[in-house]
Write a protein that binds this ligand. Sequence first.
Ligand code: 0L1
Ligand code: MG
Length: 257
Amino acid sequence: MNLQAIADELYRHQTSAAELEKLTLRYEGLSVEDAYEIQQLCMGKYMNEGQKLVGWKMGLTSKAKQQSVGVDEPIFGHLLDGMELYDPHVSLTGLIHPRVEPELAFIFKHRLEGDKILPRDVWLATECVVPAVEIIDSRYKNFSFTLVDVVADNASSAKFYLAEQAYSPYQIALDQVGVVMRRNGEVEQTGAGAAVLGHPVRSVVEQVRMLSRIGKAVEPGMVVLTGGITEAIYIHDGDRISVSFEGMGEIELTVSQ
Ligand code: 0L1
Ligand code: MG
């Protein structure tokens, strides 16, 4: 199977905001390992054009999302500098059917690698924790995919925004952080940090272990988005999405064409 050709196809769809049919309907026998290889080849194209790898994102970290895809483990994707929003405003241009979800991001001062990582290694390597929102946007028709499809499509990543205020990793019990997401003042979703694999630190542990399988690591200065705390909601022109993170402030995101 020509994985580079599949990566090229995904890249074209990602950069032109054009939906495509699931890969698994067209390429028989694609494995999860193939999908991660396609993801790397596809992200490599952006990096060859000058984009920088700024971190990693974990996906399918909640029971609800895992059940919707029929899996029992999370996935990961690359975060590139071109995906980062510098202010809390998202333009729908270049996106297909975007959704937003609240997350907690870790920012690192030390390298983390290997498959024997424990939560205490993560705390020692963490500089700070920051409230965040991720805009996901599957390139597949109807936001419908299998595990292999979504891994190849960089875990549906599109954009992310990190709040301006950082917090000490020791200050707040992250599993107990309550989150309320509102659209134009109306409550849409509520959740708590524990929705992310029981505790967001476990998502970082898992991220490092999964990276070790492909010989990669979390490097100093990198960000890890640990996964959605609530279900993601679709966003539309004119939406004002506010997400409050108990004890960690609020993100006010505006959406326009
Ligand atoms: O960030 C995420 O949890 C997305 C993972 C892929 C599944 C989806 O697009 O909902
Ligand atoms: Mg996410």
